[in-house]
Design a protein around this ligand. Structure first.
Ligand code: COA
Length: 262
């Protein structure tokens, strides 16, 4: 039986799970799935009960083996290649720009657009079987310059050149050493450890986490001309928040804070 290729949004308390679902093709991403990202993320962004977004592939064989190559002949050829890349890019932008912290939970293959997506998440946890590559040069694909910035934020230009020039597969230990992933875990523990990390972040003050995300993204994307005025505003918003008072009060009363995101 063939499963429909789709991006599935599931809520579980403060966590939203975005599940890349195309198990017959190693969770390859179709054009329709790229198109689903901005809507799913907007839905989560508008839901104050959600504090963290986790992106994963269904099953344990693959986070995603990248763009669905079987569509390329029709959807990513000649002039349509630009439109296809725009769909793909809007998905990356939505993930980069969501105010909520994002975690990529990576079982198995994380290739091409799959690695591109993971690199647009704030944090990445991989299992010991995870493998990473961008095989664009093996397929004759021109790798979009906009997608290189997130990679350069994780690892050195020399490493990114090696990844793009060779298209070779990088194992989990090497990925950890290169900085492509934050941590490496046993496959059986990956989900529970991801949930622990997400729950820890979800318990913290949302405005404070969102401000840090905004600051880091701005400094990465506009290193020469960061909009410090906007960043200062985000920081001031934290100091004026009820959560700032709650954080101090909880500390003095020796209890856990109960943050509301305002
Ligand atoms: N697009 C479309 N279908 C894909 C796919 C992709 N990116 N990646 C895997 N599949 C499909 C395979 O064609 C195969 O389909 P089939 O059963 O109908 O033949 C199925 O998924 C299982 O993959 P298979 O190659 O048999 O498994 P494997 O364990 O031998 O190898 C990969 C797995 C991921 C290493 C290999 O499929 C691969 O290299 N995929 C392409 C990765 C890639 O180049 N991504 C970048 C795209 S821009």
């Amino acid at each position: 039986m063939t499963t429909d290729a789709t991006l599935n949004l599931r809520r579980d308390g403060a966590l939203a799970w975005l599940e890349i679902t195309n198990p017959d093709r190693m969770n390859a991403l179709t054009a329709a799935m790229w198109q689903q990202f901005p809507d799913c993320i907007a839905e989560v962004d508008n839901d104050p009960s959600i504090r963290v977004i986790i992106v994963r592939g269904v099953g344990q064989r693959a986070f995603s083996a990248g763009a669905d190559i079987s569509e390329f002949k029709t959807a990513r050829t000649g002039n349509s290649a630009k439109d296809y890349d725009a769909l793909n890019h809007n998905a990356f932008l939505a993930l980069t720009n969501t105010t909520k912290p994002t975690i990529a939970m990576i079982h198995g293959f994380c290739l091409g657009g799959g690695l591109g997506l993971a690199a647009c998440c704030d944090l990445r946890l991989g299992d010991q079987n995870s493998q990473y590559a961008i095989p664009a040069a093996k397929l004759g694909i021109g790798y979009n310059p906009r997608w290189v910035t997130p990679l350069l934020a994780l690892t050195s230009p020399a490493n990114v050149k090696e990844i793009l020039f060779t298209g070779r597969r990088i194992n989990a230990e090497e990925a950890l050493q290169m900085g492509l992933i934050n941590d490496l875990l046993d496959a059986e523990k990956l989900q529970s450890e991801t949930e622990t990390l997400a729950t820890t972040i979800a318990a913290n003050a949302p405005l404070s986490v969102a401000a840090s995300k905004r600051v880091i993204n701005e400094l990465v994307h506009h290193p020469e001309t960061p909009d410090l005025y906007k960043l200062d505003e985000a920081i001031q918003r934290c100091f004026k928040s009820e959560d700032y008072k709650e954080g101090q009060q909880a500390f003095l009363e020796k209890r856990k804070p109960n943050f509301q995101g305002r």
